[in-house]
Design a protein around this ligand. Structure first.
Ligand SMILES: NC(=O)c1ccc[n+]([C@@H]2O[C@H](COP(=O)([O-])OP(=O)(O)OC[C@H]3O[C@@H](n4cnc5c(N)ncnc54)[C@H](O)[C@@H]3O)[C@@H](O)[C@H]2O)c1
Length: 330
């Protein structure tokens, strides 16, 4: 059993690097560490992230942004202007939306393999603690519910999602290899479906799809009959979970997310209700390899921390819809 997580009261004097820092989840992580007083370096090439996600942070004294492709650039050059060492590295750079799997599969495979390797080399050199943002997709179309960390998965290696699933599995293997061979202090989180402000409205994931359809008064499209389930975690709850894992002393993977499970149809119905929309629900064909159920068992993290998701689905939907409303006005 791991020791209880002790969260730092302040991160003053510490340097944190967030690869993919202009992305949806990572930009919220950048904010958390700036709030805790750390110096934060974000690296991003904007392949799926956006300058708008970090615009408000640019004038912050402790924030530095490097525009770069992490698997192509030698980061030591832009980092040479920084005094002292990097203490924490978050390996978050990867497109994560299923619409990207067919558009940019090779970029996905390269960032999760070569990009993760570069970040691990950097962690080794600086003696930094390293956290890999893996995914529930490493479980594939699971035969076990809910999925515990010990489940080794059911992934189709040549399916349309494999560029993501398999490269994340490779990233986990690489992380464990660096830990075993070089003693790099590593952590792994397996992130389950997350939503919230700063998602791309057109990124194809179910929550932004439904909210934008509901806001425009269009029909909400469920795939299949909508009986497949997902568990949705609001982004601030997820970032809090990542923070807890980073400060645990356990190098094995942690599931993180919100275990409340909804059928996709129930989710669509709730969004219509919360937003007071007149939209209807229509059915589209189910994509190949779409997982039938998805629900994290987060007992492992809860056993060693006070972590629990606190944002209700209703509140999270309202906050996300507010972001999309404002975005559509600009
Ligand atoms: N959002 C989720 O529900 C979810 C679920 C599971 C795992 N994850 C993981 O969490 C991380 C963040 O996901 P997100 O949903 O915020 O996605 P996102 O696309 O918004 O963020 C990823 C960021 O990485 C950047 N990036 C990608 N390739 C890069 C490269 N080669 N060099 C530099 N920057 C690069 C993108 O431009 C983007 O800003 C990813 O690793 C993803 O796989 C997210």
């Amino acid at each position: 059993m791991s020791a209880k997580v002790v969260l730092p009261v302040t991160m003053k004097g510490k340097t944190v690097l967030v690869a993919g820092g202009a992305g949806f989840v990572p930009s919220h992580l950048v904010e958390l560490y700036l709030e805790l007083g750390a110096r934060v370096i974000a690296v991003d090439n904007f392949i799926t992230g956006s300058p708008a996600n970090i615009e408000h942070l640019k004038s912050h004294d402790h924030f530095k942004f490097i525009e770069a492709n992490i698997y192509e650039v030698d980061l030591e050059k832009p980092l040479s202007s920084i005094d002292g060492k990097i203490d924490y590295i978050f390996s978050m750079a990867s497109p994560a939306s299923p619409i990207d799997f067919s558009k940019i599969p090779l970029e996905i495979m390269r960032v999760n393999s070569e990009g993760t390797l570069k970040m691990l080399e950097l962690a080794h050199k600086h003696g930094a603690r390293f956290l890999e943002a893996s995914t529930s997709e490493v479980y594939g179309d699971p035969e076990v519910h809910p999925q515990e960390e010990s489940y080794v998965g059911h992934v189709n290696p040549i399916g349309p999602r494999s560029c993501y699933d398999e490269s994340k599995r490779f990233a986990e293997a690489l992380t464990m290899s660096y830990h075993r061979k070089y003693g790099v202090d590593t952590r792994i989180v397996r992130i389950f479906n997350t939503y919230g402000p700063r998602m791309r409205p057109d990124d194809g994931r179910v929550i932004p799809n439904f909210i934008n359809q509901a806001l425009k008064g269009e029909d909400l499209t469920v795939y299949g009959d909508g009986s497949q389930t997902r568990s949705f975690c609001f982004v601030t709850d997820l970032v809090n979970a990542i923070h807890n894992v980073m400060f645990s002393n356990d190098t094995t993977p942690f599931n993180i997310g919100n275990p409340d499970e909804y059928s996709i149809r129930a989710c669509a119905e709730e969004i219509i209700k919360v937003l007071g929309s007149r939209s209807k629900i229509i059915e589209n064909p189910l994509p190949k390899d779409d997982p039938k159920r998805r629900r994290p068992n987060i007992g492992k993290l809860q056993a060693i921390s006070n972590y629990r998701p606190v944002v209700t689905f209703e509140d999270g939907i309202k906050r996300t819809a507010e972001f999309f409303r404002k975005k559509s006005c600009h």
